[in-house]
Design a protein around this ligand. Sequence first.
Ligand SMILES: C[S@@+](CC[C@H](N)C(=O)[O-])C[C@H]1O[C@@H](n2cnc3c(N)ncnc32)[C@H](O)[C@@H]1O
Length: 272
Amino acid sequence: MVKLTDQEFLELTGFVHKNYGIDLSKKRILIEGRMSNMLMANGFSSFRQYLDFLYADKTGNEITLMLNKLTTNYTYFMRENEHFDFLIERVLPFFERTRTNHTLYIWSAACSSGQEPYTMAMAIDSYFGAKKKSWNTVILASDISMNVLEKAHKAVYTAEEIKDLPPQWKSKYMVDLKDGTFRVCDTIRKEVVFRRINLMDSFKFKNKFDLIFCRNVMIYFDAPTKETLINKFYDWTADSGFLFIGHSESLNKEATRFSYLQPAIYQKRGGK
Ligand SMILES: C[S@@+](CC[C@H](N)C(=O)[O-])C[C@H]1O[C@@H](n2cnc3c(N)ncnc32)[C@H](O)[C@@H]1O
């Protein structure tokens, strides 16, 4: 096992925090546990050697590999299903009345391996049914980790991974590959566009979003990082648009410009 010195630990966690907003200050054992084998396999006998190599790599590949090791990508279909109920019962009927151009821009920010944006696309398709053809709905799904984006793009999941999907959605939207795995059908796949986006960067999009999901990633960020991110989300949310966050997360009600609707659901109502 390659051990971190105090200095290396401070340097590595400072670097990750500054560039990616992720707070690893209490994760010394996790870092050693997850990275030690990779260091040894690549001939590094200390984190010092590895950090110098990391800084010298201008391709960004090494940083991606490191983030793949250190971030938690846990996710599943229908996670926090109250959000999908709210989407179907409140958000989509609201937009059906108000978005006369029949266009919706949606963002799954920190989508991990794709279960979240695909669940959104299934909810939207099942809500609109035959009317879906007259709607242009675009779901941008992004993450910092290329590993998870690759899996998301393939859209192949095991029977265990899709067990929480409602049976009708399973039979309508998942193609049985007859080898114990299932692929999300083309109709749903083509609704989702994947991109690598670091939530710490400034955002540049063509359109503002009607709905942003940013769930179970801000728990890794400290308060100022989170506040900056929420402000960027606000600026990129269309008027009357919604923000869904994880149920174990919360926004500072005094500080945020979003209006609170119910746990983990906010709306941009303007005038605040
Ligand atoms: C626990 S998963 C959450 C997935 C999904 N939103 C959910 O709730 O199930 C957290 C994801 O955040 C991503 N992440 C961490 N830091 C990030 C950053 N600075 N920018 C973009 N994504 C980040 C990780 O790669 C990981 O896939």
